[in-house]
Design a protein. Structure first.
Lengths: 111, 112
């Protein structure tokens, strides 16, 4: 199916564990982004990527790692999950302009 | 002070009403303005994308930008229950790749 897919949709993990959220897009968009959405804060940019092997920090990168070895995939890893990382995570992609297309999100709970 | 301010609502209106959603911003360099709609437990979807000042219409939706006042609006005519969602404004300084700054969203409920 064409589009942008995130997995898993829901995840519960324990404090201190490593967890990876997956993002896959089928349009070959150059740009990909990871946001977290929290009440009162709206969408905050964690990391973004302009192309394969090019990534950069956003507003709230601490505790997260990304990689982009292929254009279509942009996984987000929480190296050692903390309760403050409980959130809804959205992946998005964009061509050279015209707004973002978002995935359906991953709802992560850290206990 | 946040770069983009948006009233969180909730805003409740009867079906058929005209809805006005608004954002103010402080960065005069913003040139590209967007509105996203987000249904519960879904990702945001792009509704409107405009450049600089002026109006843009798409069906029942009209986006309005007033750069002199640093104020943008989204109007929804003949509102429907299916319009019930959270509406996020967003803006950026340049085209191409651009860092987009989002408002926190206004929750709209259209009552049948």
């Amino acid at each position: 199916d064409a589009g942008i897919t995130q997995s898993p949709r829901y995840k519960i993990t324990e404090t201190g564990r490593q967890v990876t959220l997956m993002c896959h897009q089928t349009w070959s968009h150059s740009y990909m982004f990871w946001y977290r959405q929290d009440l009162g804060h709206g969408l905050r940019l964690i990391y973004y990527s302009a192309a394969a092997d090019i990534t950069d920090k956003g507003e709230v990168p601490d505790g997260y790692v990304v990689s982009r070895s292929k254009t279509e995939n942009f996984p987000l890893t929480l190296e050692s999950a903390t309760r403050s990382q409980t959130s809804v995570y959205f992946c998005a992609s964009s061509s050279s302009g015209g707004g973002y297309t978002f995935g359906s999100g991953t709802r992560l709970t850290v206990v | 002070q946040k770069e983009v301010e948006q009233d969180p609502g909730p805003l409740s209106v009867p079906e058929g009403a005209i809805v006005s959603l608004n954002c103010t911003y402080s960065n005069s360099a913003f040139q590209y303005f967007m509105w996203y709609r987000q249904y519960s437990r879904k990702g945001p979807e792009l509704l409107m994308y405009t450049y600089s000042s002026g109006n843009k219409e798409d069906g029942r939706f009209t986006a309005q930008v007033d750069k002199s006042s640093k104020y943008i609006s989204l109007f929804i005519r003949d509102s429907q229950p299916s319009d019930s969602a959270t509406y996020l404004c967003a803006m950026s300084e340049s085209g191409g790749y651009q860092k987009v700054t989002f408002g926190t969203g206004t929750k709209l409920q259209v009552i049948p």
